[in-house]
Design a protein around this ligand. Structure first.
Ligand SMILES: NC(=O)c1ccc[n+]([C@@H]2O[C@H](COP(=O)([O-])OP(=O)(O)OC[C@H]3O[C@@H](n4cnc5c(N)ncnc54)[C@H](OP(=O)(O)O)[C@@H]3O)[C@@H](O)[C@H]2O)c1
Length: 427
């Protein structure tokens, strides 16, 4: 772990994505590790809440900060902004102030929705990153910038070791981005040419290229996490507040609702604790940097320690079998045979949904009927959106593996189950 700057060193950080899952852990870790830092958290308002209200409700009141010493919030300044706008939608006066003061920029914000239409995904994941970089570039002394990408930007389908370098693209990144923003790009053709399974990984990949090319004097570090899940230690063991990715499986398998999974049982799943990712991000930010430096680093557990799909399912079933939250969990089928999967899906998901919604419709229980329908859609979504990740082994090769002496797959999955139960389900 990189040593924190001394209190005599001025540290002023712009943090994006603090209302999100990873952003909160990064903020909590910054407050713990660099107690004298001033942190500007960019938050966008909604129709019903100001940025400050959202900051208080979604960040300050989050259990992620329950152990924070009193008075520490004085160093955190919520900032109203919108990353899709040039200058991040920040007022000109505030922009001037930030240009004078920022020493670091940590960019965690993105849309993790796999299925966004390409133009919208490009705004969330490319334009937002480029606008953040542009602000950093315009600072009096270019701040060190860390931008969070994903480990899954790599060649598709993966073949062989995946290194910490930009992934070759079929076309020029600037031209592709321009065509997307002009509404002239053919989404299906672009995804087919690159092999990316969805607009999320594709736009994250393009963002890496464009940021590297446009970084100028800004020292830029790109961090590529794999599947981020509950914390090992910080801010508290098991902390998680996102249903995205692995937590969705934990909830639905644990509740006995997901019983057939389209996946390669022996395929490894690289599930990394959110605090380990936050450590990598903060270390990259605080490490030595020269103008124009650039690096790419994975934040992954690695093939050797990653649990397999089947091990994950078994640990989840065991945990919730002993600590039930809903129905008794069991997996009837975990496999990649399409015919067998469809039969199991029909028996365990489609038929019960059809019977339940018909019966609830007859009883006039519309809300419950819609709830059953939504549950079915979530189960189906996991089986549609994730096979790419559950059928391919990704051999990420970080130059510096994460320092995770206490990571042991079975204990960690159990910790995720406990964290999901406590922090996501509130039980
Ligand atoms: N979760 C994973 O498993 C995973 C794995 C690998 C990489 N990553 C990367 O890790 C980062 C954090 O992901 P996460 O899981 O923490 O996502 P998350 O919980 O969905 O949080 C996303 C954050 O980005 C903010 N944001 C999005 N668009 C914005 C905009 N236009 N203006 C201002 N803020 C905006 C959101 O703000 P609002 O609250 O206003 O929506 C939220 O704070 C992302 O870069 C993601 O690609 C995540």
């Amino acid at each position: 772990m990189v040593n924190a700057p001394t209190p005599s060193e001025r540290v002023e950080i712009l943090l994006t994505g603090a209302t999100g899952f990873l952003g909160k852990v990064v903020l909590a870790e910054l407050l713990r590790r660099v107690p004298h830092a001033r942190i500007w958290t960019l938050v966008r308002p909604t129709e019903t809440q100001t940025a400050r209200e959202r900051f208080v409700r979604q960040v300050r009141m989050s259990p992620a900060f329950s152990g924070l010493p009193r008075g520490r919030w004085a160093q955190v300044r919520p900032l109203r902004g919108e990353l899709s706008k040039p200058d991040l939608g920040i007022s000109p006066g505030m922009t001037r102030l930030l240009r004078e003061r920022l020493t670091h920029v940590i960019h965690c914000a993105a849309s993790v929705d796999f299925d966004q239409e390409l133009g919208a995904a490009a705004v969330s994941n490319i334009s937002a990153s480029l606008h953040t970089l542009a602000l950093a570039s315009s600072c009096e002394h270019p701040p060190v910038m860390v931008s969070v990408s994903t480990a899954y930007v790599g060649p598709h389908p993966p073949s062989g070791p995946m290194r910490e370098e930009l992934v070759p693209l079929a076309d020029d990144a600037e031209a592709t981005y321009r065509s997307i923003m002009a509404g002239e790009a053919d989404q299906a053709a672009l995804l087919a040419a690159s092999g990316h399974p969805n607009t999320y990984t594709f736009t994250k990949c393009l963002a890496e290229h464009l940021m590297m090319a446009r970084r100028g004097q800004v020292p830029l570090h790109i961090i590529r996490p794999s599947i981020i899940s509950a914390s090992l230690r910080y801010p508290v063991p098991g902390w998680i507040d996102s249903y995205a990715a692995f937590a969705g499986f934990v909830v639905l398998i644990g509740a006995g609702r997901l019983r057939a999974l389209r996946a390669e049982p022996d395929n490894p799943l690289d599930i990394v604790p959110c605090d380990a990712v936050a450590t990598r991000i903060i270390d990259a930010a605080l490490g030595p940097a020269q103008p124009g430096d650039a690096s790419i680093a994975y934040a992954v557990v690695g093939l050797e320690r990653a649990p397999t799909v089947l091990e994950c399912c078994d640990h989840i079933v065991d945990h919730f079998g002993e600590n039930p939250i809903d129905r008794k969990p069991y997996m009837s089928y975990v496999g990649s045979d399409p015919v067998r999967f469809e039969l199991e899906h029909l028996q365990h998901h489609v038929a019960p949904r059809t019977l339940a919604t018909a019966w609830l419709g007859l009883l006039g229980k519309e809300r419950t009927r819609l709830g059953v329908q939504r549950l079915f859609e979530r189960v189906s979504y996991l089986n549609e959106a994730f096979p790419y990740f559950t059928h391919n082994a990704f051999d990420f090769r970080p130059e510096q593996p994460l320092d995770l002496p206490e990571y042991e797959a079975e204990d960690y999955i159990t910790g995720v189950c406990q964290g999901v139960t406590k922090y996501l389900m509130g039980r």
